[in-house]
Write a protein that binds this ligand. Sequence first.
Ligand SMILES: [Mg+2]
Length: 257
Amino acid sequence: MRLVITDLDGTLLDHDTYSFAEAQPALDLLRRLRVPVIFTSSKTRAEILMWRDLMGNRHPFISENGGAVFYPQGYFPQAPEADIFGDPYPELVRALGEASIESGCRVTGFAQMTVENVARECGMTLAMARLARQREFDEPFLVHDQERLDALLAAIASRGKRHTRGGRFHHITGKHDKAAAVRKLAERFRAITPDVETIGLGDGLNDAQFLNAVDIPVLVRSASTEKLKAAVPRGTVTRECGPGGWRDAILELFPQP
Ligand SMILES: [Mg+2]
């Protein structure tokens, strides 16, 4: 059995338009082959539920950079509703505020942004921005004093929190990452079918750990490709960016007669 585990922004979804149209032939193929497509994203549960609906996806998914794995009811016998890895959101917002003051590095987190602000920063509709603000395990933020970024990161680390970088935002999280969530999910699949091969697709540095944890890592081309390739030397880089690169990689990995 093969599992496709994929990032969304900049990978399956276009970085600017959020369109997945170019990937549709590959999504159709995976559906015909009954290959589970697992979304693992910095997006919230509410956002991912929307994208799953739009793509007709009924599989488990990983939200907020590995904060939790959610399982549709009855998908695995005896699985809980979710495996939780993240720290509670209010704790992250507090830690970010303290780290900002301590380091003198000004930041703006989602908690301080209105739905309109989030929509503008992310190029989203208001409806999408509303879903994006329903955070559970990860606070995205913008940094205004780049020269104090190192001090900010040190202050975050000293509070037992982690920092990652996505396509648009910095993120503060608990000590979780996409890799631990992916491992847990693969374990649940292996309990049913021992012979599981994992294919991972991502475009950002926050994908490096989970890409190193899968059998076949694919790096979807983006502005971060050079750094990501250094972090994931086994990874194959696609020629195209975003959903076009995603499609080419899948069609190559699942050749049809
Ligand atoms: Mg991405």
